[in-house]
Design a protein around this ligand. Structure first.
Ligand SMILES: C[S@@+](CC[C@H](N)C(=O)[O-])C[C@H]1O[C@@H](n2cnc3c(N)ncnc32)[C@H](O)[C@@H]1O
Length: 204
C-alpha cells in the first residue's frame, strides 16, 4: 500500500469530523493564516473551483451557517456522505463540468461577483512530473483568470499549484493583481507532495 492509499492522521481526522477529504485542513490552515473568509456576512460570495468531493465547500458552508452564497464546480459530483442537506441549500450552487469550458465559466461568472476565489483543482496525475506540473499550471492560470474577471475589489484568492514549471510567473501576476501575493505550503500537505498554494490578498 503506498502512503497515498494509507489513511493518515489527516484522513482519519476528516472522517471523524465529517469531511469527505483530508484537504479540508489545508483550507483551514490557509484561512487561519490569511483570513481568507474575513468578509463573512450576507453579501459574501465565494467560488470553489475543483470542489469535489466537497470538503472545502462544506468548510465554508458550515463556517457561515447559510449566511453567504457559495458557487462550486467540478468535473466529478460532490459526495453526499457528510453534508446533511447543506448542498441542497438555497445559498449553494454546484455546476458539474469543466471549469475551463466557456459555457461553464459563463454560468459561474453570472453568480458573482465574488469576494473569494479558491481553487484546489488538480489534474488526474500521470506520474510524469513535467506533464502533471504543466496541467496543474493550466488550472491555476484559469483560476487566476476567474479572479481577474469575477473577484470584487478587495477580494482574495487561494490557488493550488504543483511546484516546478513557470509558477514564478504566476506568483508575479498574482502580485500585480493583488496588494499581497504569497506562497504557503500547509502542514496538512503530504510531505512527499510537490503541491503548494499561492494566496492573493485584496484584489486591487
Ligand atoms: C484535490 S481535489 C479537490 C478537493 C476538494 N477541495 C475538497 O476539499 O473536497 C481536485 C479536484 O479538481 C477537479 N478538477 C480537475 N480538473 C478540473 C476541471 N478542468 N474542471 C473542474 N474540476 C476539475 C478534480 O475532478 C478533483 O475533484
Amino acid at each position: 500500500m503506498s502512503s497515498y492509499e494509507k489513511p493518515d492522521h489527516w484522513s482519519i481526522k476528516a472522517q471523524k469530523e465529517g469531511y469527505p477529504a483530508r484537504s479540508v485542513y489545508k483550507l483551514k490552515e490557509l484561512d487561519e493564516k490569511f483570513g481568507l473568509f474575513r468578509f463573512g456576512g450576507a453579501d459574501f460570495r465565494a467560488l470553489d473551483l475543483g470542489a469535489a468531493p466537497g470538503s472545502w465547500s462544506l468548510y465554508a458552508l458550515r463556517k457561515f451557517s447559510g449566511r453567504f452564497f457559495l458557487t462550486a464546480v467540478d468535473l466529478a459530483p460532490l459526495s453526499r456522505q457528510y453534508d446533511k442537506g447543506l448542498f441542497d441549500g438555497a445559498n449553494f450552487f454546484f455546476a458539474q463540468g469543466d471549469m475551463t469550458d466557456a459555457a461553464v465559466r459563463g454560468t459561474l461568472q453570472e453568480k458573482g461577483p465574488y469576494k473569494l476565489v479558491m481553487c484546489d483543482a488538480a489534474p488526474a496525475t500521470t506520474g510524469n512530473r513535467s506533464v502533471d506540473t504543466l496541467r496543474s499550471l493550466v488550472l491555476a492560470e484559469e483560476a487566476l483568470s476567474y479572479a481577474e474577471t469575477c473577484l470584487a475589489p478587495g477580494g482574495n484568492l487561494a490557488v493550488k499549484v504543483f511546484q516546478g514549471g513557470d509558477t514564478a510567473a504566476l506568483l508575479k501576476r498574482i502580485r500585480e493583481i493583488f496588494k499581497t501575493g504569497k506562497s504557503f505550503k500547509p502542514a496538512a500537505c503530504r510531505s512527499e507532495s510537490f503541491e503548494t498554494y499561492y494566496v492573493g490578498l485584496e484584489r486591487r
